[in-house]
Write a protein that binds this ligand. Sequence first.
Ligand SMILES: C=Cc1c(C(=O)O)[nH]c(=O)[nH]c1=O
Length: 311
Amino acid sequence: ISTRTHIAGFNFDNCIMNAAGVYDYSAEELDAVQQSAAATFVTKSATLVPREGNPEPRYCNTPYGSINSMGLPNFGLAYYLDYVSAAQRQVPGKTYFVSLTGFNVEEDIALLRQVQASDFEGIVELNLSCPNVPGKPQTGYDFEAVTRILEAVFDLYRAPLGIKLPPYFDLVHFDQIAAILNRFPLAYVNSVNSIGNGLCVDAAAESVLIKPKQGFGGIGGAYLKPTALANVFAFRQRLNSSIQIIGTGGVQNGTDVFEHILCGADMVQVGTVLHQEGVAVFERLTRELKAVMAQKGYGGIDEFKGRLKTL
Ligand SMILES: C=Cc1c(C(=O)O)[nH]c(=O)[nH]c1=O
């Protein structure tokens, strides 16, 4: 039984990896993912210069997942390009993802020029959905901004590039954003980022759980799965077949991975469960997915990918 997959013409031995922002901030964390059963890694979304991020506590586990308002802490794009450059030499033939995010089109372009000037051979993930920078709206909800950014990006960048989107909650919005995305040579769409600006409360302490933004933060984990699966399935039905889909959100076991692929995902990313369980989660999820596939008689993921039945 094989759980291998392919994205943008690159082959991967597995279809499960980390989600940007989780277990990918430091070289040590990236090493751990690199040495695990994960297909590959994506770096923490990088900015032009290093960022401290928001004051702590800025992440908290909750009964059904997590809430975070990290505020984009990262060591800056150069740090991650250096790490991936070394990884490309150490493990040739493996493809890595670098996530990046600017605060405006000019910064997005500057980041991509920096990638072009490096020896990076992998896939760029442009994050259009960070919900936790005070004063900055999630770009993915501003359709004119998304159009402007993608026009500038694809004028400049010709190598494989995907985008990370926030969750949408309205079928007309799926129609509108998909019509925009279909105009561009995107390698993939990654759905979904956390549900922005949720609020979790500690009733005993009568307090919020995290310090930034009066406790408002991105919601991840089990809460997220129905929304994540809806976004994957909605985009699979609307996007050109040339645009692949990475499914992210709410994965806790192999059946959840199976469900994302059934909805149309070509790769599945995990965040909260990885944060809570560590990199051993990749071996567990892979084993559980293979068990589901064996029980159903599937030899590879293409045999059921996107085959969700409607009634
Ligand atoms: C890149 C910033 C993000 C962050 C963050 O750094 O606060 N948290 C998320 O849940 N999603 C993001 O995209």
